[in-house]
Design a protein around this ligand. Structure first.
Ligand code: PPS
Length: 571
């Protein structure tokens, strides 16, 4: 195949002078603040990464893409690049109108002439593009829960690139890469698409691919949006940089691609091929389960392991890039090297080693060994910095219970015990303290209580994210609100719910602040347990009884729970 990979590719930007003028004029247009995914799409539209697209898809193009992977003019295009908006926004626009597209800080990046506006059948889109209308698929979930109801289509006039503050030197437009290849005289370039850190298996695969196709190598990781739960791109890029010198410098380079992946498996592979062709590559590696989204809601894989390779092969000529296909690479201990799983003739007589992504995450979480045959020490070091073992991560202990149940007293004792141990900063967000400093304007209606708990949850999640220990001690009477806080915090670390299960009778008998008496007399309204509900947790990490147990012992029970969860360990 002879591919004109070195000539410049068309972009949608206007000249610098026109951009200045257009930017001033566009200030008067109706504007749309784009979502992070739309900004990624717009960047690749404008810089030619999505060539031959000239804007967000029209309705006719969209239908063709969804139904048979083709634009109205017949060009192959597998993924709908659509500008989704809410019904309210759509209703305020007229066809033919120019709108300004802004980033999240309000900077105008482009203008678009709205030629099309329609309400898509999202279930059909999910079925056709992603293979199933199943919310377990991240892009289907996005389609139904994040994307707006209406799509707008129309050509784009590019004003400026979205601004990136990170790894600026490592980001290249298709034309910048083409110019680089031209300068170095690289006629053949094989692209390696990835959303994961590079381990030894990947290195072996890329070496073999370069050798097989006698090409130079472009490591082309996605840093836009990948699969939820992936290692963040900051860590990944540091990992890539750490292993770059293990590649022959004269024939390898790395560039970051600000793509928002859809995890569409086979269709995504074809899309990645077109994007790499646009970036001046002649070959692309397609491995096992390329851009796979994981399991569907029935626990099965969405796509077969080699479906992506099959679809790519079928369209290879049109994509304009050659596929270098790879089977699963595994480590053969006896020969101390990686080999494609299906090429090992003496399978039954050798030891085949493999560490899955899930196993790797477990080892990182628990601070266990990650062998050198699996990864490079430099990569493991970076990953450990980002994912320290649980005993070094932040977490939140969330006490809940009736007024006067003893939450604050136990929380205080726990704080002192944790401070004695040292190692992580501890913050106590006691109910009364929070109501004084964070929620002074709030009362005790359901809405106000929810708002109060969510504020506590937000602060605790920030503390947890930054490696500290947050101890919260509000009443938090509603299950749904406690669940919302749990979700907020579990993105960053453990959430330990402790139900201080002192009975209402006992709280009332103690009545340390005299509030129960006032509540019984009707002088305090909406009082938890008396005239307002308390939904006791059904599955807290720990439930403590306080009636026959002293405070020190209750706090100690929490410590034991933290230990059993791996949150406290010997140094
Ligand atoms: S909530 O429901 O989680 O927002 O409540 P919280 O922020 O923990 O505040 C509870 C403390 O406020 C005092 N107080 C009341 N509690 C419950 N119901 C009503 N109506 C009420 N009015 C005032 C009470 O002292 C609670 O403190 P604790 O430490 O729980 O006894």
């Amino acid at each position: 195949m002879n591919i004109p990979n070195l000539a410049p590719i068309p972009e949608l930007y206007v000249s610098y002078e026109s951009a200045q003028k257009l930017k001033t004029e566009a200030g008067d247009l109706t504007s749309l603040d784009l979502t992070p995914r739309q900004i990624c799409d717009l960047e690749l539209l404008m810089n030619g990464g999505f060539n031959p697209l000239k804007g967000f898809l029209s309705e006719e193009d969209y239908n063709g893409v969804v139904e048979n992977m083709r634009l109205a003019d017949g060009h192959l295009w597998p993924i709908p690049i659509t500008l989704d908006v809410s019904e309210e926004v759509a209703a305020g626009l007229e066809l033919g109108q120019d709108i300004a597209l802004r980033d999240q800080e309000g900077v105008i990046l482009a203008t678009m002439t709205v030629t099309d506006r329609w309400t898509p059948d999202k279930s059909r889109e999910a079925e056709k593009v992603f293979g199933a209308d199943d919310l377990a698929h991240p892009a289907v979930n996005y389609l139904h829960h994040t994307a707006g109801k209406v799509y707008l289509g129309g050509p784009i006039t590019g004003i400026q690139q979205p601004v990136h503050y990170d790894f600026r030197a490592r980001r290249d437009t298709p034309n910048e890469l083409r110019a680089y290849f031209r300068k170095l005289g690289w006629r053949k370039v094989v692209a390696f698409q990835t959303r994961n850190p590079l381990h030894r298996a990947h290195q072996e695969l890329t070496f073999r691919a370069a050798k097989e196709s006698q090409a130079n190598l472009l490591i082309h990781p996605v840093v836009g949006m990948t699969k939820p739960g992936d290692v963040d791109h900051f860590t990944r890029v540091r990992c890539y940089e750490a292993v770059l010198d293990k590649y022959p410098q004269a024939t390898t380079t790395m560039s970051l691609l600000n793509l928002a992946m859809r995890m569409a498996g086979p269709r995504e592979a074809v899309w990645h091929g077109i994007i790499r062709r646009n970036h001046g590559c002649t070959h692309m590696i397609v491995g096992r389960d390329h851009a796979g989204p994981g399991k569907n809601s029935a626990g099965e894989d969405f796509y077969g392991p080699y479906d992506a390779q099959d679809l790519f092969r079928e369209h290879q000529e049109e994509i304009g890039i050659e596929m270098v296909d790879f089977k699963h690479m595994v480590y053969v201990q006896e020969r101390a090297q990686y080999e494609p799983a299906d090429e090992i003739a003496d399978k039954d007589n050798v030891t085949i080693l493999n560490i899955s992504g899930t196993e790797l995450r477990r080892r990182l979480r628990e601070g266990l060994e990650i062998p050198e045959w699996f990864s490079f020490p430099e990569v493991v070091k970076e990953l450990r910095r980002t994912s320290p073992p649980r005993s070094k991560q932040g977490f939140t202990v969330f006490f809940t219970g009736l007024s006067g149940s003893g939450k604050s007293t136990i929380a205080n004792a726990l704080m002192v015990k944790l401070m004695e141990m040292g190692g992580r900063p501890v913050t106590l967000l006691d109910g009364d303290v929070v109501r004084k400093h964070l929620s002074s304007e709030l009362g005790f209606s359901k809405e106000h209580r929810d708002l109060n708990i969510k504020r506590i949850g937000y602060v605790a999640s920030e503390i947890t994210k930054n490696g500290g220990i947050a101890i919260c001690a509000p009443i938090a009477p509603y299950t749904a609100t406690r669940r919302a806080v749990r979700e907020m915090i579990e993105q960053y670390g453990a959430f330990v719910e402790v139900h201080v299960a002192t009975s209402l009778e006992e709280c009332e008998r103690r009545d340390r602040k005299g509030l129960y008496k006032l509540a019984r007399e009707g002088k305090i309204k909406e009082f938890t347990g008396i005239s307002d509900p308390y939904e006791a947790p059904t599955e807290p990490e720990l439930r403590v009884e306080t009636e026959n147990v002293d405070v020190d012992n209750c706090a100690h029970q929490v410590i034991l729970t933290l230990e059993s969860m791996g949150l406290i360990a010997a140094h």
